[in-house]
Ligand binder design. Structure first.
Ligand SMILES: *[C@@H]1O[C@H](CO)[C@@H](O)[C@H](O)[C@H]1NC(C)=O
Ligand SMILES: *[C@@H]1O[C@H](CO)[C@@H](O)[C@H](O)[C@H]1NC(C)=O
Ligand SMILES: *[C@@H]1O[C@H](CO)[C@@H](O)[C@H](O)[C@H]1NC(C)=O
Ligand SMILES: *[C@@H]1O[C@H](CO)[C@@H](O)[C@H](O)[C@H]1NC(C)=O
Ligand SMILES: *[C@@H]1O[C@H](CO)[C@@H](O)[C@H](O)[C@H]1NC(C)=O
Length: 458
C-alpha cells in the first residue's frame, strides 16, 4: 500500500495505523543514489579555487607508486570538476592495493549493524545533493526523474546495490563475486551515462527544454507535486535565509563558464561525501550513539575502497586522509565549502530537482511528506530550525516527528532492531515490487536489480 499510494490518502487518526506506519517508515529506507552527474548551463570551476590553483596550491602531492593518502584540501577539490569521474579500471584493479580487508570488514559490520540508521542518513544526504549544481541536473539529463514511479525505481535500485556492498565479504569467494559484479555493473552504467550526457549537453538548449518538459509532465500530477507548492518554497526560503548561518558561510563558489565533464571526479567525491561523510559527522544526530572510533574508521576505509572501485582517483578520494582526525576535518570543510552555501541558492532549477526528489519519497511512503522530511533534515544536519515550515505541519506530521525522535534517542537493542528491520522491510517491499525475480538473491540482484531506461540507469 505504501508503494501504490492512494489507499491511505485520508488516513484516520487511528492507533494501529500510526504504529504500522511508524514501524515501516520511520525507519525509512535505504534510498540512495550514485550520482551520475551532468552539467548545468553554467559550467566550470570556482574562481576562488582557480586562483589557488594558479598559485600552485592545489597539488595533492600524489605519489602514484605507493599511494596511501591524499591531502588535497576541500577548497581545492573543485579542480576535479574538469576530470572525468569514471575511469575504466580493469577488473583486477577494482580493489586497490592499499585496501585493508580487515578494516574494510570492520566498516561493513558497522554498516550492517546500523543499516536502518544509514538508510535515513543516505536518504537525508540526497536532499543535500539536490542543491548542488553539478548534481541537481543529472536526473534531468538522463530523463528519468520525470515520473515518480521511475524515480522510485531508480532509488530502489541504488539502495539494493549499496546494500550488497555492505553485506558481501571480500574474503569469501562467493560473496566477493557478488560484490565485484555489482561494482562493475554500477561503474559501467556510470560510464555509459557520462557518455550519453556529454552528447546531449552538446546541445546548449538541452537542459532548458528538458526542464520545461518535466514541468509540463508534473503539472497535473495527482497528488500535486510539491514543485508547485508556493507556500512550501516561500516558507523554506524564508527559514533558510533567517537562519544563524553567518553571512560569509553562505557564499557559494562562483562557477565559471568553462565546459565541464559529466560525472566529474568532483561530483563523484561529493557523492562519496553523502554516503561516507554524513553518517560519520552526524552519527549522534542520526541516532547512532553506540559507535566506536574503530568502527567509524572502518566505515571510512570501506568507502575509500568502494570509491576507488567506482572510479574515484585516489587523489580526489575524500576517504583517503592520513588519519581519522584529518578525515573529520576534511568532511567538515567539504560540508562548509559546498553543501551549506548551496542551500542559500534556491532557484527554480533547485525547485524542480529537489521537489521531484521529495515527490518520489512521498510516492514510496505517503507518510514521508516533503515538509516532514525537510524539517527533520534541516534540524538535524545543517542545524537550521524551520519555524515557518513547522507552522505548516499537520498534527500527524508533528506526532511522527515526536515518535521518531523518541525511538531514535533511545539506543535500546529493541529499538535498533526495529529500525534496522523496518529499513530492510521497506527496501524489500520496494525491491520485489520493482525487480521481481531479479530481487530474489544477492547473485541475481548484482546482475539484474538496476534501473535501466534507454539502457541508461542512473
Ligand atoms: C612523493 O615522492 C617524492 C619523491 O619521489 C617525495 O619527495 C615526496 O615527499 C613524496 N610525497 C608524499 C606525500 O609522500
Ligand atoms: C608502501 O608504503 C608502506 C608504508 O608507508 C610500506 O610498508 C610499503 O613497503 C610500501 N610499498 C611499496 C611498494 O613501496
Ligand atoms: C600535502 O603534503 C605535502 C607533503 O607531505 C606538504 O608539503 C603539503 O603542504 C601538504 N598540503 C596541504 C594542503 O596540506
Ligand atoms: C589493517 O587494519 C587493522 C585494523 O586497523 C590494523 O590492525 C592492521 O595493521 C592493518 N593492516 C595493514 C596491512 O595495514
Ligand atoms: C559566462 O558567459 C556569459 C556569456 O557567455 C558571460 O556574460 C559571463 O560573464 C560569463 N561568466 C563568467 C564568470 O565568466
Amino acid at each position: 500500500m505504501w508503494i501504490n499510494g492512494g489507499q491511505l490518502q485520508s488516513p484516520h487518526l487511528n492507533f494501529d495505523w500510526i504504529i504500522t506506519r511508524f514501524l515501516i517508515l520511520n525507519v525509512f529506507a535505504i534510498i540512495l543514489f550514485l550520482h551520475p552527474v551532468s552539467f548545468a548551463e553554467d559550467n566550470g570551476g570556482a574562481s576562488r579555487s582557480s586562483s589557488l590553483e594558479a598559485q600552485g596550491q592545489c597539488n595533492s602531492e600524489q605519489n602514484s607508486s605507493n599511494y596511501t593518502h591524499t591531502n588535497l584540501s576541500a577548497q581545492c577539490l573543485i579542480i576535479a570538476r574538469k576530470v572525468a569521474g569514471t575511469q575504466s579500471l580493469k577488473d583486477n584493479d577494482l580493489i586497490p592495493p592499499w585496501a585493508n580487508l580487515t578494516l574494510f570488514e570492520v566498516g561493513q559490520k558497522f554498516a550492517t549493524r546500523n543499516i536502518g540508521y544509514l538508510g535515513v542518513s543516505h536518504f537525508f544526504a540526497l536532499i543535500f545533493e539536490n542543491f548542488i549544481p553539478d548534481i541537481k541536473d543529472v536526473l534531468i539529463t538522463t530523463g528519468s526523474s520525470s515520473t515518480r514511479e521511475r524515480a522510485v525505481k531508480r532509488y530502489t535500485a541504488t539502495a539494493t546495490q549499496i546494500l550488497l556492498w555492505y553485506r558481501n565479504s571480500l574474503t569469501n569467494s562467493k560473496e566477493r563475486t557478488v560484490l565485484l559484479e555489482s561494482l562493475r555493473n554500477v561503474r559501467r552504467l556510470h560510464l555509459d551515462g557520462a557518455f550519453k550526457a556529454q552528447i546531449r549537453l552538446k546541445n546548449g538548449k538541452y537542459m532548458e527544454s528538458k526542464r520545461k518538459e518535466i514541468l509540463q509532465q508534473i503539472r497535473y500530477q495527482n497528488p500535486p507535486s510539491v514543485v508547485f507548492d508556493e507556500r512550501f518554497w516561500t516558507a523554506l526560503e524564508k527559514d533558510i535565509l533567517s537562519s544563524n548561518v553567518p553571512k560569509d558561510r553562505r557564499k557559494f563558489p562562483d562557477w565559471s563558464n568553462s565546459t565541464g565533464t559529466p560525472i566529474s571526479q568532483f561530483a563523484q567525491s561529493l557523492t562519496q561525501f553523502s554516503f561516507a561523510g554524513i553518517p560519520v559527522l552526524f552519527h549522534r544526530e542520526l541516532g547512532m550513539s553506540h559507535v566506536s572510533l574503530a568502527e567509524l574508521e572502518g566505515y571510512i576505509h570501506m568507502w575509500a575502497v568502494l570509491g576507488h572501485a567506482l572510479g574515484i582517483k585516489d587523489e580526489y578520494n575524500i576517504c583517503m586522509k592520513s588519519d581519522f582526525r584529518e578525515s573529520i576535518k576534511h568532511f567538515q570543510n567539504i560540508l562548509n565549502t559546498y553543501f551549506i552555501p548551496a542551500m542559500f541558492q534556491i532557484d527554480w532549477r533547485v525547485r524542480v530537482q529537489l521537489g521531484s526528489y521529495l515527490d518520489a519519497l512521498q510516492q514510496m511512503d505517503q507518510v514521508i511528506t516533503p515538509r516532514l522530511i525537510m524539517y527533520r533534515f534541516m534540524r538535524d544536519i545543517p542545524k537550521i530550525r524551520l519555524a515557518n515550515i513547522f507552522q505548516q505541519l499537520t498534527a500527524i506530521e508533528r506526532m511522527y516527528i515526536a515518535l521518531v525522535d523518541s525511538l531514535m534517542s533511545n539506543n535500546l537493542d529493541a529499538n535498533r532492531f526495529l529500525i534496522n528491520q523496518g529499513g530492510m522491510f521497506f527496501l524489500d517491499v520496494n525491491g520485489y515490487h520493482h525487480f521481481g525475480s531479479h530481487y530474489s538473491s544477492d547473485e541475481r540482484k548484482s546482475r539484474g536489480a538496476f534501473y535501466t531506461r534507454e539502457n541508461l540507469v542512473i
